[in-house]
Structures are given as structure tokens and as C-alpha cells.
Design a protein around this ligand. Structure first.
Ligand code: MTE
Length: 299
């Protein structure tokens, strides 16, 4: 069995020790060891996070293949520095922003979130990130904007899965503006106190914890403020199975399987099944955004 330091250390100490280690790593001056300092968040789940091993070896990132091990095996080739993100559409300050410029001034937090994949498995991940709202406020959202569209990098030389035409690349996702501005919605640049592993969507990805995992688009290069509901990859592929909203909902099954329960990755063959919670457990925070909507129709 592999013991993690979080297994043997009470949580508050664990965070302090992590900050100490952050200092030590800076002294060692190896960029690979650079740790990110981030404040704890009131939005964090109190559940024990999955191991770094679980989080970084069981992935969905179809740009590197459809197998769960493919991203860890093939994402190494991806160049994540330099990286820039185009912000365009209905914003006051459109442009191509270098990643360092994009994240500067955005307060980094550690957000321990439950993460529920549409395939009915779940993890708990200690992300490092900042609220998307902070960035949107900085670039200035114009009055007519109602949705935010996101796109992943298109670079088939480094992303072997993009030579398969079953997805119309680039991978794309979207949120309604109120969902994008919600404080739970973050852009994550790391996890477990370090820069984002490539297989998890380096150098910057979205995390929307009350929606199925596929909404959490990886390796983002474009964020567009638009007035119409944008196209999204899974909805384009199978519109009867994947809608625009994709809120975690145990009462609305996927046409081919139940969404009532989930398998917690890393919990072992017999211990792992638990009931899925409405909005993945974030109902108190997000349900009001959907008041008056029929969530069986707006799935
Ligand atoms: N983003 C891109 N660009 N390509 C993908 O294939 N897969 C999605 C989402 N973001 C995907 C993506 C799906 S289906 C899931 S469940 C999560 O990423 C998985 O995130 P993780 O590998 O960090 O757990």
C-alpha cells in the first residue's frame, strides 16, 4: 500500500507543510519541482482527495487517444510553454494573452472538488486555480454576451488522437454566462500543489464541479463571449445523449446507463459505489441558477 503524507498528517498541517515544501522546492530551483502556493478555499470539499497516481493515470483526453491510460502515455510530447489564450467576442479587451499575463493578479486557491464523470465514476481532486469570473471581469464582458465558448488546442503533430476524425476537432465546450461567473467555476493551472500534469489539461483547463466531467475542457486556447448557445463537442457527437447543460443529475439517466450511483476511483472493487448527489453535491450553491427549468429537458 502506498501511504501519502496526507494520510499521516492532519489537514491544516498538511497545507502548512505543503507551503514549507514550496519554499524548499524554490531553493532547489528546478522548474520541474516548482510548487505553486495557493490559499485554501471555503469551497473545498472535506473529502479525502484521490491519490496523485489515480488522478494522473486514469484520464479522458481524447486528443491523446480514447483509452484511460493513453493521456499519461502520450501527453508528454505536448508543448505547454509558450502558451497563449485568445479571448474574443463580446469583450472590452479582446486579444491573445500570454498565459503568465492571463493568470497574473488572479488569486490562486486550492479547491478540493468532487469530480463526477458522465461514465459514472468519480474522484476528489485538489485543484489549484482561480475563479473564471475574475478573468472575465478583467477583460470586460459586454452587455449582449450570454454564453462563454471554450476551445482546446488543435495541434495534431503533438496530439495523436486528433488524427482520428470521429471528433470534429478542436474539442469545444460552453457555459451559460451565469454558470461561467459562478464562484465555483475555476480555471485550474495545477493540482496537488504543482503545475498541471499534461494529461490533466496543462497548462490551463476549466473545472465546473456540478457538471459532468466532459464540460471541464482541457488545454484551453480560446475563450469567446457570445450571444448564442455555442456548439459543444459531445452534443455535436450524440445530441440525444449529451445536452448543453450536462448538470450532474441522479434522476436523469444517460440513455445507455443509470446516473443514480457512481464508482469512486481508488476505493477498491467492493468499497467504491456511492449514490450520486444532485448537482454532484453542490445543490445549495447552484440550484437557483436553474429555477424554472425542466432539467429532464435541459439535460
Ligand atoms: N478536454 C479535452 N480537450 N478533451 C477531452 O477528451 N475529456 C473530458 C474532460 N475534458 C476531454 C476534456 C472528460 S470526458 C472528462 S471526464 C475530463 O476531461 C477528465 O478529466 P481528468 O482526466 O483530469 O480526470
Amino acid at each position: 500500500m502506498q501511504l501519502k503524507w496526507s494520510d499521516v498528517t492532519p489537514k491544516p498541517l498538511w497545507l502548512n507543510r505543503r507551503q514549507l515544501i514550496a519554499g524548499a522546492a524554490t531553493l532547489l530551483a528546478s522548474p520541474a519541482l516548482a510548487r505553486i502556493e495557493a490559499a485554501p478555499s471555503k469551497y473545498s470539499s472535506t473529502e479525502e482527495p484521490n491519490s496523485l497516481e489515480d488522478i494522473s493515470t486514469y484520464n479522458n483526453f481524447y486528443e491523446f487517444g480514447t483509452g484511460k491510460e493513453d493521456p499519461a502515455a502520450y501527453a508528454g510530447k505536448l508543448t505547454v510553454d509558450p502558451w497563449s489564450v485568445v479571448i474574443d467576442g463580446m469583450v472590452d479587451k479582446p486579444g491573445s494573452y500570454d498565459l503568465a499575463d492571463l493568470v497574473k493578479d488572479q488569486p490562486l486557491e486550492e479547491r478540493i472538488y468532487r469530480f463526477r464523470c458522465v461514465e459514472a465514476w468519480a474522484m476528489v481532486v485538489p485543484w489549484i486555480g482561480f475563479e473564471l469570473a475574475g478573468l472575465l471581469n478583467r477583460v470586460g464582458v459586454q452587455p449582449g454576451a450570454r454564453f462563454v465558448a471554450f476551445e482546446t488546442l488543435l495541434r495534431p503533430e503533438e496530439m495523436p488522437g486528433q488524427s482520428s476524425p470521429f471528433i470534429e476537432w478542436p474539442y469545444r465546450e460552453g457555459l451559460r454566462l451565469d454558470e461561467a461567473m459562478h464562484p465555483l467555476t475555476i480555471l485550474a493551472t495545477g493540482l496537488y500543489g504543482e503545475a498541471m500534469p499534461k494529461q490533466n489539461g496543462a497548462p490551463i483547463r476549466l473545472v465546473v464541479p456540478w457538471k459532468y466531467g466532459f464540460k471541464s475542457i482541457k488545454s484551453i486556447v480560446r475563450i469567446s463571449l457570445v450571444d448564442k448557445m455555442p456548439q459543444t463537442t459531445w452534443n455535436m457527437l450524440q445530441p440525444n445523449e449529451y445536452g448543453f447543460y450536462s448538470n450532474v443529475n441522479p434522476h436523469v439517466d444517460h440513455p445507455r446507463w443509470s446516473q443514480a450511483s457512481e464508482r469512486r476511483i481508488g476505493a477498491g472493487l467492493f468499497g467504491g459505489r456511492q449514490d450520486t448527489l444532485m448537482f454532484n453535491g453542490y445543490e445549495a450553491e447552484v440550484a437557483s441558477m436553474y429555477a424554472g427549468q425542466d432539467l429532464a429537458k435541459d439535460y
